[in-house]
Write a protein that binds this ligand. Structure first.
Ligand code: ADP
Length: 256
C-alpha cells in the first residue's frame, strides 16, 4: 500500500491587513501519497499559493492540522523544496555556484552531494554550461538549473508554484516534460500549482480542483491516460485527455 506523506485536515486561513480580513482557505482536507504527482488548480486568487506556503511551513494554519509521515521514518517534517515561476538564479554566480547554493548555505557540500549536483547537470544537458552565468542560458535551461538547485538538497516534497508560466509555449512543453521526468525518475513527491489545465492533466496523477476564494476542495480526480510514452505530448494526445479537460473546465466555470 502506498503511504501518505501528508494529510491536510480542515485547513482554514485568513490574511489580516489594514483592509480587514481576507479569508483565503476554508476547511481544506486532502492527502498526498509518497511519490505522487499532485496538481492543484483553481480560479486565480483563490488561495493556491497560500496552500503551498502552508505545506512548506512558511505559514501556519489558523485552524486544522497537517499530519505527516516522513519516508525515512524520522519524526521530522518532510524536507520541502520550492520552485517558482521565476528561477531566481543569481546572475553574479555561475550555474555551478547557483545549483550548489543550498548546499553552501546548509554547510552540506559533501563529496556525495557535489557529485549528485554534477550528475544532475550532466543528465539534463547543463554540465558544459557549469561555468556560464544565468543570462547566458535560455529560459528553459534556467528553469532546469533552478530545479537542479532544488533537487541537490534532496527534498522529500517538491512544491512547484506555476514554474513554467514565464516560458514561451514550446519551451514550456519541453521543460514541463523534462521536469516531469526528472521528478518521476527521482521518485519525489510533487505538488504543482498551475492555472494551465492541460499541464495539470499531462503531468499529474491526481488533480485537486479548488473553489474560488476562500478555497475549499471542489473535486479530486485521478488522472489515468492511455499514452504511448511518458512525454507531455503523448499525454495530450491520449484519447481521454479531452474529457478530463472538459470536466475540469466545467467545474471551474461554476466558480466564476
Ligand atoms: P492564488 O495562488 O490562487 O492566485 P494566493 O494564495 O496568492 O492565490 O492568494 C489568495 C488571496 O489572498 C488573494 O486574494 C490574495 O490577494 C490574498 N493574499 C495573498 N497574500 C496576501 C498577503 N500577504 N496579505 C494579504 N492578502 C494576501
Amino acid at each position: 500500500m502506498t503511504s501518505e506523506i501528508l494529510q491536510l485536515h480542515d485547513i482554514t486561513y485568513s490574511y489580516h491587513g489594514l483592509a480587514g480580513e481576507i479569508p483565503a482557505l476554508s476547511h481544506i482536507s486532502f492527502s498526498v501519497k509518497q511519490g505522487e504527482f499532485l496538481a492543484i488548480v483553481g480560479p486565480s486568487g483563490c488561495g493556491k499559493s497560500t496552500l503551498l506556503s502552508m505545506i512548506a511551513r512558511l505559514l501556519v494554519p489558523e485552524q486544522g492540522t497537517i499530519a505527516f509521515h516522513n519516508p525515512d521514518d524520522s519524526l521530522e517534517y518532510p524536507k520541502t523544496g520550492y520552485m517558482l515561476q521565476h528561477d531566481h538564479l543569481l546572475e553574479w554566480r555561475t550555474i555551478w555556484k547557483n545549483v550548489t547554493l543550498g548546499l553552501e548555505i546548509a554547510h552540506t557540500e559533501t563529496p556525495e552531494a557535489l557529485a549528485y549536483a554534477e550528475k544532475l547537470l550532466d543528465d539534463y544537458g547543463l554540465l558544459k554550461f557549469r561555468e556560464k552565468h544565468p543570462s547566458e542560458l535560455s529560459g528553459g535551461m534556467r528553469q532546469r538549473a533552478a530545479l537542479i538547485r532544488t533537487l541537490v538538497t534532496n527534498p522529500e516534497i517538491l512544491l512547484l508554484d506555476e514554474p513554467f508560466s514565464a516560458l514561451d509555449y514550446q519551451t514550456r512543453l519541453s521543460v514541463s516534460g523534462d521536469i516531469g521526468n526528472i521528478i518521476r525518475t527521482t521518485g519525489k513527491t510533487a505538488i504543482l500549482v498551475t492555472h494551465d489545465l492541460s499541464e495539470a492533466i499531462s503531468l499529474a496523477d491526481r488533480i485537486i480542483i479548488l473553489s474560488k476564494r476562500p478555497a475549499h476542495v471542489r473535486r479530486e480526480i485521478d488522472v489515468r491516460l492511455t499514452k504511448k510514452d511518458a512525454s507531455p505530448l503523448a499525454a495530450r494526445s491520449a484519447p481521454e485527455f479531452q474529457s478530463y479537460f472538459n470536466f475540469i473546465w466545467k467545474e471551474l466555470s461554476y466558480e466564476k
